[in-house]
Design a protein around this ligand. Structure first.
Ligand SMILES: Cc1cc2nc3c(=O)[nH]c(=O)nc-3n(C[C@H](O)[C@H](O)[C@H](O)COP(=O)(O)O)c2cc1C
Length: 196
């Protein structure tokens, strides 16, 4: 297991080759078997390829442009725009883009009671677990993945385009076309505190 965990990298350059339906199904199934609060399984995986992927990426570009003009939920973060545009280039190369939506999720802009916030946080944790399961399964099969937070530049556009649930995350999948150098992690002593 450690082998796969350490081997997984965020892949940002992909070959144009597709992932077979059988292999993609295996990766998605790994996501489905993630734990979730009360076994709610608060997810739907929307697999986007070909023309649909072009549509989604055009909307993402629109979202970034809006942010650059000072509009949208992530406006006012100019240092992030260049990074978002680079992410878009990575997503263009990858043959498959998977959105995870929470069918019962609530809009980011909602106001929450504490109980509702805990419910939502639990669902987001479960979705993160599903995504990591997929990333690890993809790695173990020789595929690469990229987790994409930059979709939120186009939160309004993509949310409407997806047409259901609450968009929580997206991940690109494909065959790696580079060998990313592992990025350093913080010092273990800084991260791990043992109280006994
Ligand atoms: C929630 C989340 C959002 C991320 N969003 C992006 C993104 O939009 N673009 C990108 O290039 N990488 C994105 N990443 C990848 C991180 O940059 C990467 O995981 C981190 O730098 C560590 O590198 P590694 O995954 O190769 O270990 C995201 C990762 C996570 C967990």
């Amino acid at each position: 297991m450690y082998n796969v965990i350490f081997k997984r990298r965020s892949v940002r350059f992909f070959k144009s080759d597709d992932i077979s339906k059988v292999d993609m199904r295996e990766i998605l199934r790994a996501g489905m078997w993630a734990p979730s609060a009360k076994n709610r399984q608060p997810w739907k995986f929307i697999v986007v390829k070909g023309e649909s992927k072009k549509e989604a990426l055009a909307l993402m570009e629109k979202g970034i442009e809006r942010a650059e003009k000072g509009e949208g939920v992530l406006a006012g973060s100019p240092e992030l725009y260049v990074n978002a545009r680079f992410t878009l280039k990575c997503m263009e190369q990858a043959p498959i883009l998977v959105f995870i939506v929470n069918p019962d999720g609530r809009p980011l802009t909602d106001t929450w009671t504490t109980a509702e916030k805990i419910h939502e946080l639990s669902d987001v944790q479960a979705i993160g677990a599903a995504a990591e399961n997929m990333a690890l399964q993809a790695t173990s099969m020789g595929y690469g993945s990229l987790w994409i937070g930059n979709i939120f530049f186009a939160y309004d556009e993509l949310h409407e385009w997806l047409g259901e649930g609450e968009m929580v995350l997206a991940m690109s999948f494909g065959i790696p076309n580079h060998h990313p150098v592992p990025l350093a992690r913080k010092d273990e002593d800084e991260i791990i505190e043992i109280r006994d």
